[in-house]
Design a protein around this ligand. Structure first.
Ligand SMILES: Nc1ncnc2c1ncn2[C@@H]1O[C@H](COP(=O)(O)OP(=O)(O)O)[C@@H](O)[C@H]1O
Ligand SMILES: [Mg+2]
Length: 277
């Protein structure tokens, strides 16, 4: 029982935008997908979610090919927070979050209401139910979408099977407190037995919350490692084309990185200070 990504390739516009990606993610694990813009991160999560059928290879969740599952089955086993969501109609927050419950049978109106309120509470948006989605800030909208996704996925494990939570840049519009809050929700989902795949740009959030980091570059998986191992290899600087200072704050369980901004903070000479990479 696991999420198995087996030699997956995706072709678009006549070129391979993802090639030969393989990984296995066990229940209880949270994996961060990182990489430069255009590396293929969203393409990979679309292949994992079943939204995009790969040209090569297969993605299986607990042995079932995700692109062969019926939409209703898929909706009960995995939920996806897409990178961008445009809503063209004047829906309220309550209506948007309630969309997450469409596939859940046997819930009366009161139970649905309660579930939506609970999800709004989880993303720190109590009392936002009647507000119009379009009038919220970008970060508030992002948290509404997460609440919708949480409503859809429900418990991390059902009938002994881990569910899959897929988040594509879930923290891109959030202030730092809400970034931590949202990733804590994802972490708890994994700790309670679910599987989480999250595309993240903030390397420190990725290293702090995820068990492993999958690094994509030019459609290829160039690393799939634990944070410490990844930093030791020195690959990040190369992948992102910027030097990184590795920090090990006392008492921190995980290392952190600081991109090197030579012209800004190395004084008048522009000489690099003592950095490890
Ligand atoms: N449907 C498509 N047709 C053509 N090119 C695409 C399509 N979807 C994505 N791409 C290209 O594939 C590359 C990877 O895209 P994407 O997975 O969205 O990257 P990331 O999420 O890592 O920024 C980009 O260069 C993008 O322009
Ligand atoms: Mg993307």
């Amino acid at each position: 029982m696991a999420l198995e990504i087996d030699d997956v390739g995706v072709v678009a516009g006549g070129r391979a935008i993802l090639a030969k990606v393989s990984a296995r993610i066990e229940p209880g694990a949270m994996v961060a997908v990182i990489g430069p813009n255009g590396a293929g991160k969203s393409t990979l999560v679309k292949a994992i979610s079943g939204e995009r059928r790969p040209a090569f290879g297969r993605v299986r969740l607990h042995g079932h090919d995700v692109s062969a599952l019926a939409p209703a089955d898929l909706a009960m086993q995995r939920a996806v927070l897409p990178q961008a969501t445009t809503i063209a109609f004047p829906f309220t927050v309550f209506e948007i979050v309630g969309l997450g419950l469409r596939q859940r049978a046997g819930m009366d109106a009161a139970a649905r209401r309660q579930e939506v309120q609970r999800a709004l509470g989880a993303v720190d948006l109590e009392g936002f139910g009647e507000r119009l989605y379009q009038r919220l800030s970008g970060g508030e909208q992002q948290r509404v979408q997460l609440a919708r996704v949480l409503c859809q996925i429900g418990e991390p494990v059902k009938d002994g099977r881990a569910k899959l939570l897929i988040l594509d840049e879930p923290t891109s519009s959030l202030d730092v407190r809400h970034q931590i809050a949202v990733l804590s929700i994802a972490r708890r989902f994994a700790d309670d037995g679910g599987i989480v795949v999250a595309v993240l740009h903030d390397l420190n959030l990725a290293m702090s919350f995820a068990d492993r980091l999958m690094v994509l570059e030019g459609g290829r998986l160039v690393a799939d490692q634990e944070p410490e191992e990844l930093l030791e290899g020195g690959l990040l600087a190369e992948t992102f084309g910027t030097r990184m200072v590795i920090l090990r704050p006392p008492g921190w369980a995980r290392p952190a990185v600081l991109p090197d901004f030579p012209r800004l903070h190395h004084g008048r000479s522009g000489e690099a200070a003592d950095i490890s990479q």
